[in-house]
Design a protein around this ligand. Structure first.
Ligand SMILES: Nc1ncnc2c1ncn2[C@@H]1O[C@H](COP(=O)(O)OP(=O)(O)O)[C@@H](O)[C@H]1O
Ligand SMILES: O=C(O)c1ccc[n+]([C@@H]2O[C@H](COP(=O)([O-])O)[C@@H](O)[C@H]2O)c1
Length: 236
């Protein structure tokens, strides 16, 4: 899934989306075309606590938004033999070094460089022609998204789902991951790491739109979808 195409400097990627949009805007003005011919790229982040409802929300958005692709952070977990055991006695799955972030960055770069090709290569058909036909949207979904400065900065909006400890533990106990949770993982590793990363995110100054994950699935979807429509799609 990684891009082997033209590489761009990692430090430049956060500004890359806006720069491309600007170039395309200028090009379209030069050639006298209408604003409808501008391809706008929008990256949205869906982050938050494990089992907060990120995947559920992302799937709904994917089905509703035009020309929308998704990159899941969970798809970049390193293999179990590369995950170290920490002082808490557990394999350290809930830290960012458990994820191959370079591969994830490369995948996002591939979308930025050519969203249409990216969608095609991931089996996503273009949306039927609409006024929004030249909007391309990428959703980044993951539990440690906004602790990664580069990806956090790429997002035009960062939706952050939270649920309280008891509900999180309840939902987590019903989940089947490719690597099953050993006894005690939630209290010994998952929840403490969530609190730690959440604090680090808040201290880093990254701004997020917090969403109460206890709301119904429909309510969460409607709120986020309406926000996206109003702020990013209903613009001339
Ligand atoms: N708003 C919600 N209310 C109740 N249960 C939910 C809600 N959103 C998700 N769930 C449930 O919680 C579990 C985890 O949801 P998921 O979307 O996979 O979370 P995440 O991707 O954040 O780990 C699933 O069983 C899902 O059906
Ligand atoms: O998906 C995997 O391969 C995988 C392997 C080991 C652990 N996980 C768990 O995946 C969790 C993050 O995913 P999510 O969907 O619950 O936000 C995190 O809390 C990890 O403990 C996930």
């Amino acid at each position: 899934m990684t891009s082997r195409g033209r590489s761009i400097n990692i430090g430049e990627r956060a500004n890359f989306v806006n720069e491309i949009a600007e170039c395309e805007r200028e090009r379209s003005v030069d050639s006298g075309t209408t604003t409808n011919s501008i391809m706008r790229r929008i990256i949205l982040g869906v982050g938050g606590v494990t089992n907060g409802g990120k995947t559920t929300l992302t799937r709904r958005l994917l089905g509703a938004l035009p020309n929308c692709c998704v990159v899941h952070q969970d798809d970049f977990f390193k293999p179990p033999d590369q995950i170290e055991v920490g002082e808490d006695g557990f394999k350290q799955w809930d830290v960012i070094t458990s994820i191959d972030m370079e591969a994830m960055e490369n995948t996002v770069t591939a979308w930025i460089e050519n969203p249409v090709k990216f969608a095609r290569s991931h089996g996503i058909a273009p949306s039927p022609s609409e006024p929004d036909e030249d909007v391309q949207i990428l959703i980044l979904e993951g539990f440690l998204l906004f602790n990664h400065k580069l990806l956090a900065n790429m997002c035009s909006e960062r939706y952050y789902l939270t649920i309280p400890y008891e509900e999180c533990k309840r939902r987590r106990s019903g989940r089947n991951y490719t690597v099953p949770d050993p006894p005690g993982l939630f209290d010994g590793h998952v929840w403490p790491m969530y609190l730690k990363h959440r604090q680090e995110m808040e201290e880093s100054g990254v701004s997020v739109a917090s969403i109460d994950g206890l709301l119904s699935k429909d309510e969460i979807f409607t709120r986020v979808y309406t926000d996206i429509q109003n702020r990013f799609l209903n613009v001339s």
